[in-house]
Write a protein of this length. Structure first.
Length: 440
């Protein structure tokens, strides 16, 4: 038998292997998620740090090409195995023909074994996995959306970010929900978990920022109970773990947790990377689902409403663009979308003239702050959320939606500097949601 023939059989075997194992392994092995590429969370490929806006399309093209090749290879492999069977069954004592058919089958099996490892690696490497549905053009594209346990980011089951399952809606009666945002301050020596628990006496869902230290996150996890839920975004086994710095805590008597994940917004010179951590939640009273997004954008980008020209301002622009793109994708779910966080631009000075400041940027995706919607009703001219000033930089944003009405806003804490060891005070918005599905 010539080397050329052996080579051809080896190729056929490898093609058969490529098809069979890729399908089996991709089905049984879930893709890993950690960094971010475009709108898709991935294992190690990270487009965000370089400002890559096309990376997700390139990776999607790669995944699509592999998927198409898999189909072609599968047909070829099946043909090769059928051909080997025909050779064997028609050998009629021809020892060379029997050996040829056995060798073809053997090469196919060897190829399958070799490719198994490669298939597992590709499923881990490619954003969203080869066959998860998240790697194709424009599909999903909102980040990791698996369901996690209340006790801090342990995977417990699958979920989809554009989950439109509202079959549990039992009433169109409006339900009240209070959303809150609190920058806890990284060097806060007080127990952040205890403080969060106290805020839940006034709020139903709280987004926390700057919970950077492991001990602080442990304190927050400890408050998880039969009445309090805690969600921390999943972190990769290596690399940046600051997506876990944005815990979401919620009142279990009113709120059900469905799924959650994160979106990397980008890096900031001299500061930690920025993320948007999200949770898909459901009102127990009506079954209405909604998205709650928690984030924190860079400081030092404005003075008295005037934008600064520095590296942090540049980072802010890019991260705001990434955030609004992400929110637009969430809005495709046709469910209410709320955003909380420290945006480091004073609402009182933001005249909606700077395109990348919160007012204009959020308006571009049909979203307004609760401050704007209520015209600061209930908040005095001297009240603020940062230090003991009147600066309002901690927001609750609401996607304009006929089902949603903001009833009032408030700032927790008195005139003292900050709240429970932080230099920030929690910002709250009291909201009514009617569980009726509408088109935007």
């Amino acid at each position: 038998m010539t080397r050329a023939n052996l080579g051809k059989k080896g190729v056929v075997g490898l093609l058969a292997l490529f098809s069979s194992v890729l399908i089996v392994v991709a089905t049984l092995t879930p893709p890993a998620f950690a960094a971010s590429c475009g709108d898709v969370e991935t294992a190690i490929i990270d487009c965000g740090s370089s400002g890559d806006t096309t990376g997700s399309s390139v990776v999607a093209l790669l995944a699509l090409s592999i998927q198409i090749l898999t189909g072609v290879v599968g047909i070829t492999a099946i043909g090769a195995l059928i051909y080997a069977g025909i050779l064997y069954s028609s050998a009629s004592g021809n020892s060379s023909q029997v050996a040829k058919s056995k060798e073809l089958i053997s090469n196919t099996v060897i190829g399958l074994v070799l490719f198994a490892g490669m298939a597992v690696f590709l499923n881990w490497l490619i954003p969203g996995g080869l066959f998860s549905g998240n790697a194709k053009f424009g599909a999903g594209g909102n980040g990791e959306s698996s369901k996690y346990a209340d006790s801090g980011g342990i995977r417990t089951g699958p979920g989809k970010i554009n989950d439109k399952d509202n079959s549990n809606i039992t009433s169109t009666k409006p339900a009240q929900v209070t959303l809150a945002s609190w920058n806890t301050y990284v060097n806060n020596t007080n127990n952040k978990g205890v403080a969060a628990k106290s805020i839940l006496s006034s709020a139903d869902v709280l987004g926390m920022q700057e919970v950077h230290k492991a001990a602080q996150r442990t304190d927050v996890k400890k408050i998880a109970s039969s009445t309090i839920g805690v969600y921390l975004a999943p972190t990769p086994s290596s690399g940046d773990k600051h997506m876990a710095s944005y815990p979401i805590v919620y009142n279990k008597s009113k709120i059900d947790f469905i799924s959650g994940g994160f979106r990397r917004l980008g890096s900031t010179p001299g500061l930690t990377d920025r993320y948007a951590v999200y949770a898909l939640l459901r009102l127990r009273a009506t079954g209405q689902q909604f998205y709650f997004v928690n984030t924190h954008l860079p400081p030092g980008v404005e003075s008295g409403g005037t934008p600064k020209s520095n590296s942090k301002a540049t980072a802010y622009k890019n991260q705001m663009a990434s955030l609004t793109s992400f929110l637009k994708n969430l809005q495709n779910s046709k469910m209410p979308v709320f955003v909380v966080g420290d945006f480091n631009v004073n609402y009182r000075s933001d005249a909606c003239k700077t395109s990348w400041f919160p007012c204009s940027a959020m308006h571009s995706v049909n979203t307004k702050s609760a401050f704007e919607i209520t015209n600061l009703s209930g908040i005095s001219s001297s009240q603020g959320t940062h230090n003991n000033s009147s600066r309002l930089i901690d927001y609750v944003f609401v996607h304009t939606d006929s089902r949603v009405a903001v009833k009032s806003v408030a700032v927790l804490g008195g005139s003292s500097n900050g709240f429970r060891g932080s230099d920030h005070k929690p910002s709250l918005a009291h909201i009514t949601i009617t569980s009726t599905q509408t088109q935007h």
